[in-house]
Structures are given as structure tokens and as C-alpha cells.
Design a protein around this ligand. Sequence first.
Ligand SMILES: [Zn+2]
Length: 503
Amino acid sequence: MSDRSRPASLTRRELLTSAAAGAGALMLDPLAARAQAPQPDAVVFSHTTVITHDGQVDDVALAVAGGRIAAIGPTDEVLKAHPRAEVYDGRGKALLPGLINCHSHMGAVIARGFNEDFGFPNTYRLAVQPGSLLSREENVLMVQVAALECIRTGTTTVVQFGGGIAGHAGALADSGLRCVFAEGLADVENPAGPVSAERLATSEAPRFSAKLRDEALQRATDLFSAWHGARDGRISVFPSPSLAENASPELLRAVRAFAEKHDLHYTIHLNQSRWEVDYMRRHHGLDPTEFLAKHDFLGPRLFAAHCRYVTPNEIALLGASRTIVTHQAAMAGNRGANPPIPALRDAGCPIAHGTDNNTQDMVSTMRFALIMERIARGDDEVPGLLPQPEDVLEDATMGSARAVNQAGQIGSLEVGKKADLLVLDTQRAHLVPAGRILSAWIHNGGPADIESVMVDGRFLMRDHTVLSMDEAALIREADAVGKRVWGEVLKATPVKVPRVTRR
Ligand SMILES: [Zn+2]
């Protein structure tokens, strides 16, 4: 029995009570009341710009009906065909496909403003980890704040990757986002990963446990039974091994068999640190990708996260198997690593995008991806020519839609596809004038330019107001929890920040 049938208000009330939010928060916020307001059955965005998979189309209308894109064409014709639709004045706006985040650990927002700055795995030795000071309800609160950030930054689909998703699945589904629950699995008794320098030095060969494997697979099967296909198909469940270091060959084969049986995709962290590579060589005698290849885990159902330190042989294996690579460009940049995206593309790997820890901002991710790939291609005949903004948008939409096995339904603004989109206000000082609005936005814009976001034809944000969540209360509660947690963490370990120069 899942909690998907529970009304959203119950989950919300439980959370407010347990998060010690204060008596005031129990009063229904006006935004929450608005969130329950009926949504229009059909909407026509009139006289607007639409960014399609072919490029930019100006002064057209896009009609949404029954949760899908019903028409794109001249405004008078579209309005005539949808006479009862609500009209959204699209002048000065641009419609883009919603962004698809293929790799997020949403609860990890508790460590933002810290975790970005000390390498991977985080080398700062805190005596107390901030996540360990959160109650179950406060963990849910972190995921909800992350969901809010998704909506505000134009993300319409998010892959939540981690263990114990059942604990916040209901809250995440209630956000209105399209979600993939990638339940993270491991079956190692002496977990090494994610491997750090210290863990590598003291590591021993992994010991795998059939009992742990059975328990992990049962947990994933339960989540799948409860949630896959829920909310009119808005929720998917992809059981996935967390790390190459922590997965046995038997677990890899079981995940793949489950995915094939139910036509799912699956993910894993791969080549995310040098320590992981050294650990796999030491204990398996193989590079991480070679280990996955040996146990039949590569292929077009896999979207492998990171691939930062892959060798030429690993690139060839990934490409030949048509494995999808999900690229967390902003996080890779933070880690001082630039995965060989040009070589992975050339080998045949489709590229998708994700954010990883700390943030859900896919707009920044696209800009990082563009700049870092241009740097990686520095010896091209014309440095700075590739990739183009159109390429990184393609990766963050259609590429990511392929990764989550929904390329036929989402990822582009095409008639018949689900109405997952964002509305950009182009009338901003940093966007006007613009030769190409997409180029201007990727290079100079930001999430604040997004005024509305729609999933399944339903507005989650309209005119900069989030409709599906009680934004003010959530931020107030999360701020209070964060201040308490970080107060305790910094009391236990005062943080001394290293600097490039100190004069
Ligand atoms: Zn990750």
C-alpha cells in the first residue's frame, strides 16, 4: 500500500506538525489555497516564440489540451480550433521544453554552501555530518525544498537517486513534478564507496551478501509496485545500483533483468573519482566500465552518471554499447574535473544532463556544460564554435528524455507530446536585444527569467508564483532547520576555509 492515495493536505499537515514549524505555519497559506484552485482544461499561448527541436518559430500559438500539446501554428487558427481555451498572452515570451534532470540527490541540499568546495568525496573532516542531524520529516522537507527549486529553475522531470525513497515519495509526487525514483541498491558487507583516499588505503576486497542483495531488491520491488505508473504515469521507478564499488556481478545482472522485464532504464555512478578507479583496479583487476561490461550491465538502458576519468578503452565500451552518459557539468566543474564529453559523443554515447548534490539548477548546468565542452575542445579548428546553445538544450531535454525512457512523450515541444514546458520572459535587460533568444538566455540568462512552468498541462508555477507547493512556509521551515543543523555542525567542527593567497 503506497501513500499515493493520501490527500496532499495530510502529508503537508504531518510535515508542518513534525518539522516544528511553529503555530503560525499551521494556518493555511493563501498560496496553498491557490494551489488547490482548478486548472484550465485547455490553454493557448498566443503570439509567442516556440523553441522546437528544429529551432525557433516566432509569432505562433501553442495549444495545450488534455495535458498534451494539441497544436502549434498561426494564432488565429489555433484560437479558432480551441474557442474555450484560456488565453495566455505569449507576446514577449518564449516557450521551451521543460528541463530534465537525470541525476539528483535532492535531500543533499542540506549540505549546500559547503559541499561544493572540498573535492570529492568531501575532504573536510566534519565531526558531525549535517544530514545525520535531520529527522525523517526534516529529510522530507529538504526534498520538498529541492522540488521547489526544480520548479523555479524550469525542471519538469527529475531523477531522484538514493536509498529509502519510499520515505519521501508521496511528498515528491505531490509537488507535481514528473519524477523517476531511482532507488539506490548495494549488496556489499564492507562498503567502500564512495571511495576516498583514506578508504582506498585501508580497503579490503569487497564481500558481497546474498541477504543484503535480496533485501535491496525487495525494497526496490516494493517501491516499484507502489509507485511505478502512478499519478497518470507521472511517476516511474528505476531500481539502480548506487556505485560500481558497492555492487556485485549478481546485483548488476538482477537490476538489468528487472529492467528488461518491465521495460525500464537504470543508472549508476561511474568513474566519479580517481579513488573509485584505483579501488576497482585493485580489487577487481578492471577499470570500472570494464567491470560493468564484463557483467552485461552496459547498453542503451543504462544512463551512467559522471564518467569523468574514463580511459580510451572505457570510452569505446560505452560508445559501442550505446550507453547514455549523464553529465553533471556544474558539479564536475566544482570537483575540478572535466569529463571527456567530446570523445564520448564521438564514440556514440548519447549525452544527458543532471545536477547531482546541492542544487537542482539545470540552467546553470547547461551553461557549465557548454563552456566546459568548449574548453575540452580547445584544439578544434575554431575554438568556441562547439557545442552551441542548441546542443546543450538538446542534451538537457531530448537527451535526458532518452535517458529516462520517455523520448516519445517529453523532451521537445511537438504536437502530441505531453505538455511539459517552461515560459521565458524575454523582456529583460540582459535578454533584449538578442540575435537568438536561446543563445542570449543560455549565455546571459538565469532561472529568474522563467515565469511559468507546466507539467502534464498543469501549471506548477504561473507568473512567478508556485502553485503546487506552499513556497513561503517551506522556505521558512527549511531555513530554520538549516540554521539549527549548521549551528550544531560548526560548533563541533569550526571550518577553516583554504585560500589561494593570503597576504
Ligand atoms: Zn550522484
